[in-house]
Design a protein around this ligand. Structure first.
Ligand code: PMP
Ligand code: GLN
Length: 385
């Protein structure tokens, strides 16, 4: 290839390759155990795979309707009503997306205009900020305390201006494993009640919550429901992140704006998988047992590494566990993560990349969505460090 210099200003001049791509690629190259990027190393349910196969054999291979097939939207409405007691109209308030990432991008594309301010909490999942920037918005980041990751709602209030268009929350929270409490949600509701501020509630780990905590969906709070885009991911819930399936729930007027963009950035998503998911959602235990399934994995992982030199507080949700290494080395978290991958053959995510100004709290994130066997191998390595 002749060298070609892109002759324009980059739309995202400071955005690097995602840390998930970097660490997974390094793990593969180094033949290391990959506990970095968040995905299971076990199969999703054979029944679900059979249902997708059956849908393909039955000819569900052409475009699905733009917002998603109705039976799947209906099943999501029913699930949301059973869990949150709020009834969303499947016709006008639920849209099936190519994973949560596309849903988040579409929400931001549909709503954020030049100079709009969007409040996010750091550490933050990596797709929020570049999407805001692409549409001319300004990210107002609040760095959470690296021990508790709790939100100071007075601080949030003090940052609200007449330009604040949206707040983005994520519970259970990636990467900290923190979950928002009922009190948090009430404070948020009080803050937003008499404003026009929109809420994007990233709930991709809605079913992965531990120790009898209840997931605080924005759908449980009336003053939030009216202004919220709720985002979910079937990839996270049904162990098939590679299928890239998710959805967005929002009141009719918000969904109208969402679909105006959705129809042009993807139009519609994988049809046979939608047919399969509609059927699979009819059995609520398929998602209601996820918390105890992953709590077993968290507990196993933590019991195996309890005598290691890493320090930790048990994750309350998601399938991530933070481990603090300040007793081990004063290297940067990124350098330490790279060295662990190369020398100890275990990969994790340095969380400074999700922090404001890359603040390094000497913490790595490990994904425990792994077979018990992988977790045992990982623990052996961690205990040697
Ligand atoms: N939000 C958070 C907090 C995530 O951890 C992820 C990764 N699953 C996503 C959104 C994106 O989900 P998906 O893979 O369905 O695009
Ligand atoms: N959500 C996954 C994680 O946090 C990664 C998804 C991705 O690779 N973009 O690890």
């Amino acid at each position: 290839m002749p060298t070609y210099k892109y002759p324009y200003q980059s739309k995202l001049p400071t955005v690097p390759t995602s840390i998930f791509a970097i660490m997974s690629q390094l793990a593969a190259k180094e033949n290391a155990l990959n506990l970095s990027q968040g995905f299971p190393d076990f199969k999703s349910d054979e029944k679900l795979i059979e249902l997708v196969n059956k849908a393909m054999v039955n000819g569900k291979n052409q475009y699905a309707p733009m917002p998603g097939i109705f039976s799947l939207r209906e099943a999501i409405a029913e699930k949301t009503e059973n869990i949150c007691g709020v009834s969303y109209n499947p016709d006008t308030e639920i849209t099936i997306t190519a994973g949560a990432t596309q849903a988040i991008f579409t929400v931001i594309a549909a709503t954020i205009q030049k100079d709009d301010e969007v409040i996010i909490f750091k550490p933050a999942y990596d797709c929020y900020e570049p999407s805001i920037e692409l549409f001319g918005g300004k990210t107002i980041a609040i760095q959470l305390n690296p021990e508790e990751f709790s939100i100071n709602w007075q601080e949030v209030k003090s940052l609200i201006t007449d330009k604040t268009k949206m707040i983005i929350i994520n519970t259970p929270h990636n990467p900290s494993g923190r979950v928002l409490s009922r009190e948090d949600m009430i404070q948020l509701e009080n803050l937003l009640r008499d404003t026009n501020i929109l809420l994007l509630s990233d709930e991709v780990y809605e079913h992965i919550i531990f120790d009898k905590e209840k997931h605080q969906s924005a759908a449980l709070y009336p003053a939030l429901v009216e202004r919220t885009f709720i985002i979910a991911s079937f990839g996270k819930t049904f162990h098939n992140t590679g299928w890239k399936m998710g959805y967005c729930i929002a009141p009719t007027e918000l969904t109208k704006e969402f679909r105006k963009v959705h129809q042009f950035n993807v139009f519609s998503v994988h049809h046979p998988t939608q047919v399969a998911l509609a059927e699979y959602l009819k059995t609520p235990s398929n998602y209601l047992e996820l918390g105890s399934f992953y709590q077993h994995k968290r507990d196993l992982f933590l019991s195996l590494i309890k005598d290691s030199r890493f320090q930790f507080k048990p994750s309350k949700g998601t399938y991530f566990q933070l481990l603090n290494f300040k007793n081990i080395t004063d290297e940067s978290d990124f350098d330490f993560a790279v060295r662990l991958t190369k020398e100890q053959k275990i990969a994790a995510i340095p969380i400074s990349v999700f922090n404001e100004n890359k603040y390094d709290s000497k913490v790595l994130r490990f994904c425990f969505a792994k077979t018990d066997d992988t977790l045992k191998k990982a623990a052996e390595i961690i205990n040697r460090i």
